[in-house]
Design a protein. Structure first.
Length: 281
């Protein structure tokens, strides 16, 4: 067990991601003192699992911790960032699904020098601390989006991420949002639309006749709307472009169901899927 990268940590928002961070820290670095920020009901649940040393309901009570992780939905994270106490945390990061909005917010608040955007790609289709687990980030990418080159003073964040078994990746906020528009946000919205269409056209009893194809394809349709509302709002341009591409492909398929488009589609999709799964199986 290596030395803890930080002495003190606060996690604001103890749902799936924030709760998993607290559990992972407790398992990996038991000496790190962890403060949780959330509602009394959530804090009681998390404390009952032994994941916290201290529980507070207000950012004003966080104090000058070494690292603060904002783990609420994007717009709530922005509000939490604006409510930081003085002097406040030495370093702040977040785990939101979009990065341009909160990086800009940090810069506008004069916090660019101690804020590093973050996005662990270890979520699930269901939120809440009940689904949190300490191994959630193992083998997953954890994207960091510093405003420029990551300062040497912030390199402990790399060790923090790697300590969970995650793979730190650094990129610009705009590159992150465009990429996520295709590999994360488009799949989520596609699964939700597909389930909405099927659910509106098929009787509830008949839905139970569906096979694994529909079940597997629509797994993400159970995702919580509060997170995705903010993602759609803060990445509307990138998501819009991705949806335009999907709609164009669907229209091409619709226009040529008896022609060559079906063969082309399945061939290209199978090749892309093989690339996606390379090294995962």
């Amino acid at each position: 067990m290596s030395d803890a990268p930080f002495r003190t940590l606060a996690v604001a928002g103890l749902g799936l991601i924030g709760g998993s961070i607290a559990l992972a820290v407790r398992e990996r670095w038991p000496s790190m003192r962890v403060t949780g920020v959330d509602t009394p009901a959530v804090l009681a649940h998390v404390r009952g699992n032994g994941a916290l040393d201290r529980a507070v309901t207000s950012m004003a009570d966080v104090g000058d911790v070494d690292l603060l992780v904002l783990a609420a939905p994007v717009h709530e994270n922005e509000a939490l960032l604006a409510s930081l106490p003085t002097p406040g945390p030495a370093l702040v990061t977040d785990v939101g699904g979009t990065k341009r909005s909160i990086v800009d917010a940090a810069a506008g608040l004069g916090l660019a020098s101690r804020f590093v955007g973050g996005h662990p790609l270890g979520g699930g289709e269901r939120g809440g601390f009940a689904f949190a687990r300490p191994d959630l980030f193992e083998g997953r990418a954890w994207i960091l989006t510093p405003s420029g080159t990551l300062p040497a003073s912030h390199e402990a964040l790399i060790r923090f991420v790697a300590g969970f078994g995650a793979r730190p990746v650094t990129m610009a906020p705009d590159a992150h949002d465009r990429l996520m528009g295709y590999v994360s946000h488009l799949p989520q919205l596609t699964a939700s639309v597909l389930m909405d269409v099927v659910g509106s056209r098929v009787e509830a009893d008949d839905l139970r006749l569906a096979g694994r194809g529909l079940v597997d394809t629509t797994r993400l349709a159970s995702s919580p709307v509060n997170i995705w509302r903010d993602i759609c709002d803060t990445n509307a341009d990138a998501i819009g472009a991705a949806l335009d591409d999907l709609i164009a492909r669907l229209q091409a398929l619709r226009a040529d169901l008896r022609g060559a488009e079906v063969e082309r589609l399945f061939g290209e999709a199978a090749r892309a899927r093989a690339e996606l799964m390379r090294g995962r199986e």
